[in-house]
Design a protein around this ligand. Structure first.
Ligand code: UDX
Ligand code: ADP
Length: 458
């Protein structure tokens, strides 16, 4: 069978894998190949146990794998065969040198650009899919056009806005698809070719175009605004705890203002995930590069509140459990950075775990999907922690439970049974406000939600 287009994606991660699965699923007329330097990742994508957990992903991959979706380690061959190449390699924060702890580490990107340049024998469209600081497309363009071997490259920016846990729905019915291009005739032609792919299932009015820099910046700004909402409500949660206000009631009233909307106002232990902190740091770094110190400070405040929220949670635990956590057995309910994913990147649970071990607590961690990642994140202190999948077993003999992730299953547990098997007095710190606090209190627990009055028996 011949395909209308040959699409390649470099980087088989949380972005590349699901996005390409969706394109292959919606467009049987295209051949989609996903490559990665990591052979275990590719083997996993070709097996029954995919390397990432995302509701609905298994079904789609099963339908299209081997039909028009292929996972492979043959990067060079993939580049040669493709007319359009998505790049979704990782762009973590630099851990060394200039901009360490702030700027994006572009080594994987640069390596990919060089690889594309070396292997290409025909003209290609390159689509920037990973989050990158503004002006990276330009750097890519410079690398690709540095040798005049007659091959022409058009660079597009096409940021991915899907959120983990709802990735398949976000990809299937996106709020918008954004394509940034150069405003030359070649740039516009490339843009229209990418637009044509999405138009297979996304309504035309939801596909918007802009120049490359606006497109790159929009991704950073969207995530910065979302993160800012969480930090705003979390900042208010601390004020609520000092007063008689209840943050859920405040959020409901605020969210009903149609100018603000009701989403992303859940007070929590703090936001995590691979994007928010990284994108904020990139934004701050960019602003500082351009000498915009006040603007940089403003956005840095969003990260500061997030760090404060995590530390505040620990200080609350210390304060309520008689100023010492040493020798106390504490069970973390959830380790993933949010529900419906096994991803733990930047999860607040990492910080909380480290602090609890520092306070010499005995730590037990339970999570339905994230225990393997948790063990990697905490590899250096692993022997001090128990990892137990069953929440009843995990909580048995503990002094306190701390909810880190808003898994639905936690709200449905039999807390009477859990209470019976815990040490007394038993504490619950609900870092996600997902449990029935009044019920827990009646069962005998001392309950500490985020941003609302605690319910205690003493
Ligand atoms: C985010 C963006 O939403 C997405 O558009 C972008 O493409 C990638 O970054 P993601 O990191 O997958 O997606 O998760 P998201 O749902 O945004 O949640 C981020 C963090 O904020 C999680 O830790 C979540 O638990 C927390 N959160 C979210 C809150 O604490 N309160 C809320 O009200 C909402
Ligand atoms: P994201 O959440 O942005 O998708 P991940 O870390 O999940 O990030 O995925 C990025 C993937 O890119 C990883 O599987 C990594 O092995 C892969 N990768 C990094 N550099 C290269 C490269 N030069 N060529 C191919 N794949 C790469």
């Amino acid at each position: 069978m011949t395909f209308e287009k040959n699409i390649l994606c470099i980087g088989a991660g949380y972005v590349g894998g699901p996005t390409m699965a969706m394109i292959a699923y919606k467009c049987p007329q295209y051949r989609v190949t996903v490559v990665d330097t990591n052979p275990e990742r590719i083997t996993a994508w070709n097996s029954d146990t995919l390397p990432i957990f995302e509701p609905g992903l298994d079904e789609i991959v099963k339908k299209v794998r081997g039909r028009n979706l292929f996972f492979s380690t043959q990067i060079e061959r993939g580049i040669q065969e493709a007319g359009i190449i998505f790049v979704s390699v990782n762009t973590p924060i630099k851990t060394f040198g200039a901009g360490a702890g702030m700027a994006a580490d572009l080594q994987y990107w640069e390596k990919t650009a060089l690889q594309i340049r070396e292997a290409s024998q025909s003209d290609k469209i390159i689509v920037e899919k990973s989050t990158l600081p503004v002006k990276t497309a330009l750097a890519m363009e410079r690398i690709l056009t540095a040798t005049a071997n007659g091959v022409h490259f058009d660079i597009l920016s096409n940021p991915e806005f899907m959120a983990e846990g709802t990735g398949i729905r976000d990809l299937e019915t996106p709020d918008r698809v954004l394509i940034g291009s150069r405003e030359t005739s070649a740039g516009i032609k490339a843009r229209d070719e990418l637009l044509e792919i999405y138009a297979n299932w996304v309504p035309r009015e939801r596909i918007i175009t802009s120049n490359i820099w606006s497109s790159e910046l929009s991704k950073l700004v969207s995530n910065a605004f979302l993160a800012q909402r969480i930090s705003s409500i979390n900042a208010i949660s601390s004020l609520c705890e000092k007063t008689e206000a209840d943050v859920t009631e405040v959020a409901r009233a605020v969210g009903m203002d149609s100018r603000l909307g009701d989403k992303f106002l859940n007070a929590s232990i703090g936001f995590g995930g691979s994007c928010f902190k990284k994108d904020l740091l990139n934004l701050v770094y960019l602003c500082r590069q351009y000498g915009l110190e006040e603007v940089a400070d403003y956005w840095e405040g969003v990260i500061r509140i997030n760090d404060y929220q995590k530390e505040r949670f620990i200080l609350n635990m210390l304060d309520t459990m008689f100023n010492t956590l040493a020798g106390k057995k504490i069970c973390l309910f959830g380790f993933a950075f949010k529900a419906n994913t096994g991803d733990t990147r930047e999860s607040p649970a990492i910080y909380v775990s480290r602090r609890l071990v520092e306070e010499r607590s005995e730590l037990v961690i339970t999570d339905p999907r994230a225990l393997i990642n948790a063990q990697t994140d905490l590899a250096d202190i692993k022997e001090k922690i128990d990892f137990i999948e069953d929440p009843y077993e995990a909580a048995a003999g503990c002094d306190a439970i701390a909810v880190m992730t808003e898994w639905d299953m936690y709200a449905e547990l039999d807390f009477e049974k859990i209470y019976e098997n815990m040490r007394k007095p038993a504490f619950i710190f609900d870092g996600r406000n997902i449990l029935d606090h009044r019920n827990l209190f009646d069962t005998g627990f001392n309950v500490f939600p985020v941003g609302k009055p605690s319910l205690t028996h003493f």
